[in-house]
Design a protein around this ligand. Structure first.
Ligand code: CMP
Length: 140
């Protein structure tokens, strides 16, 4: 059994529509534990750092502007194969391609306003968690 941690963001389109609880219910129903969570309003600098890998892409400015437009909820999720499991629960990046029952199929508005973010690999998860949480804020 591989217990992993992954990093999650409930994005502005979801917090604006009061969907934090509905999304958390899907996370918990999938067997993932929310071991850290806080609501923050990202600064431009924080968003640019977080999405640094996408700098220069055509959607980068829009992405930073969206992620700083309203509060988000940052989270650490823990569970068996948490990284892959959460990507399954989220569904495809573009909600048009997301499977039935996934968060993005149910709640996302577009590829940009797609309700949630989840880490794509173990190394990225470590970096993303470290940007938002110190060790003693994560209680497994
Ligand atoms: P996320 O998993 O947070 O990682 C990068 C984000 O960029 C992605 O989800 C999308 O919400 C956003 N994005 C906006 N436009 C695009 C695009 N054309 N292709 C990929 N990602 C996009």
């Amino acid at each position: 059994m591989t217990i992993q941690r992954t990093f999650s963001i409930i994005k502005p389109d979801a917090t604006n529509r009061n969907l934090t609880g509905a999304i958390n219910a899907k996370i918990e129903a999938a067997g993932l534990r929310i071991v850290a969570q806080k609501r923050v309003h990202m600064t431009k600098k924080q968003a640019e750092t977080f999405y640094g890998v996408h700098a220069g892409k055509p959607f980068f400015d829009e992405l930073v502007s969206f992620m700083t437009s309203a509060p988000v909820v940052v989270q650490v999720l823990e569970g068996e194969n948490a990284i892959a499991k959460y990507r399954e629960v989220m569904g495809a990046t573009n909600p048009a391609n997301a499977e039935e029952g996934t968060i993005r199929k149910e709640f996302a508005l577009s590829i940009g306003e797609n309700s949630v973010h989840g880490s794509d690999a173990e190394e990225t998860a470590k970096i993303e968690i470290a940007q938002w949480f110190s060790g003693n804020e994560i209680v497994g």
